[in-house]
Design a binder for this molecule. Structure first.
Ligand code: NAD
Ligand code: DAO
Ligand code: ZN
Length: 369
């Protein structure tokens, strides 16, 4: 079938909105009509050419929501009409990783997904017979896409697509890091570095679980009012702190953070996030993705004296199990999303969404098909 897609033809160039061809679902696959998709920094990172694993030409996009149109042979958990959120971290419930409660990193389709291909090693997208690659197994910058059944979370039908698409990455990553990875206890003191699309969701996750002090750190003073809407109790701009940031945060938390979260992708702030943690028990969770080849450092004595360094992908969430629950949290008013969707646009204007992101003017732009 012909579908409309924003195609990344090559690195460093704007996306081109065009008609491409999409083959129907093969065994174990599902055709989904994408109704809305968020534009995330990871799409921009890949499009820029800085992502060493970025492949072109490809159809980017990994933060979508839509409706099942057709299922391939053997698909048993979904049917046409079901509402779904695509999962860049699938959940097969059978692999060694899925069977280990310590991780959410299902590996069932990892190899082919990383190559921009469906599990059988081929692409469903093409232009004039030449294949176009999938991206993160999702390719939500097309109004129809094909995904493996294990990479789709079935959600309730009354959830609005233009809001819950954000649960496909940003919301789950931030809230999940608090709930699943750190398991923040009520009364904890929390420090969040970077108050963008991820950090704001860490703030509201911390509020939801009943954290005590929720301290946001950002160079942009405009993030203060925004952070306060999502539960931040104190704002710190490192440029306005006299002396070193780490002792300032240790003092502000009364001895150090019980939990800190790095939501920037900067190896220097990763170190600060670890070192502002409480001696004896503080845990620092890295969410930000640093540039290729970069390394983190600290004095090992920081770990010897009881601080721990952790990392998290997709908020430690098992998508088919956890994403429907996060949709319920939104529908029940336990978490906010509407206030973070700052811009809505048609597919034709998708490059404007990238411009707004680069200018720091948006939290989330959403393409509504
Ligand atoms: P963003 O650009 O919207 O937010 C970053 C924020 O950090 C901005 O508000 C900026 O002002 C602030 N900032 C930048 N440098 C700073 C510094 N030195 N000190 C203090 N504040 C600083 O980014 P985002 O969309 O929120 O994503 C954050 C990171 O999370 C990115 O690296 C992204 O790739 C990563 N990410 C990780 C996962 C995962 O599963 N681990 C998922 C999605 C995104
Ligand atoms: O299983 O090896 C693996 C890869 C898992 C990918 C996890 C993605 C990490 C976050 C990247 C940014 C997501 C938008
Ligand atoms: Zn698995």
């Amino acid at each position: 079938m012909d579908v409309r897609a924003a195609v990344a033809l090559e690195a460093g160039k704007p996306l081109e909105v065009m008609t491409v061809q999409l083959e129907g679902p093969r065994a174990g696959e599902v055709l989904v009509e994408i109704k809305a998709t968020g534009i995330c920094h990871t799409d921009a990172f890949t499009l820029s050419g800085a992502d060493p694993e970025g492949l072109f030409p490809a159809i980017l996009g990994h933060e979508g929501a839509g409706v099942v149109v057709e299922v391939g042979a053997g698909v048993s958990s979904l049917k046409p009409g079901d509402h779904v959120i695509p999962l860049y971290t699938p959940e097969c419930r059978q692999c060694e990783y899925c069977l280990n409660p310590k991780t959410n990193l299902c590996q069932a389709i990892r190899e082919t997904q990383g190559k921009g291909l469906m599990p059988d090693g081929s692409s469903r997208f093409s232009i004039d017979g030449k294949p176009i690659l999938h991206y993160m197994g999702t390719s939500t910058f097309a109004n129809y896409t094909v995904l493996p059944e294990i990479a789709l979370a079935k959600i309730r039908p009354d959830a609005p697509f233009d809001k819950v698409c954000y649960i496909g990455c940003g919301v789950t990553t931030g809230v999940g890091a608090v709930v699943n990875t750190a398991k923040v206890e009520p009364g904890s003191n929390v420090v969040v570095f970077g108050l963008g699309g991820i950090g704001l969701n860490v703030l509201q996750g911390a509020r939801m679980v009943g954290a005590n002090k929720i301290i946001g750190v950002d160079l942009n003073n405009e993030r203060k009012a925004l952070g306060e809407k999502f539960g931040m109790t104190h704002f710190v701009n490192p440029k306005e702190v006299e002396g070193d940031l780490v002792p300032y945060l240790v003092s502000l938390t009364g001895g150090g953070a019980d939990y800190s979260f790095e939501c920037i992708g900067n190896v220097n702030t990763m170190r600060q996030a670890l070192e502002c943690c409480h001696k004896g028990w503080g845990v620092s969770v890295i969410i930000g993705v640093a540039g290729a080849g970069q390394e983190i450092s600290t004095r090992p004595f920081q770990l010897v004296t009881g601080r721990s360094w952790r990392g998290t992908a997709f908020g430690g969430a098992r998508g088919r199990t956890d994403v429907p629950k996060i949709v319920d949290w939104y529908m029940d008013g336990k978490i906010a999303i509407d206030e973070m969707i700052t811009h809505i646009m048609p597919l034709e204007d998708i490059n404007k969404g990238f411009d707004l992101m680069h200018a720091g003017k948006s939290i989330r732009s959403v393409v509504l098909y």
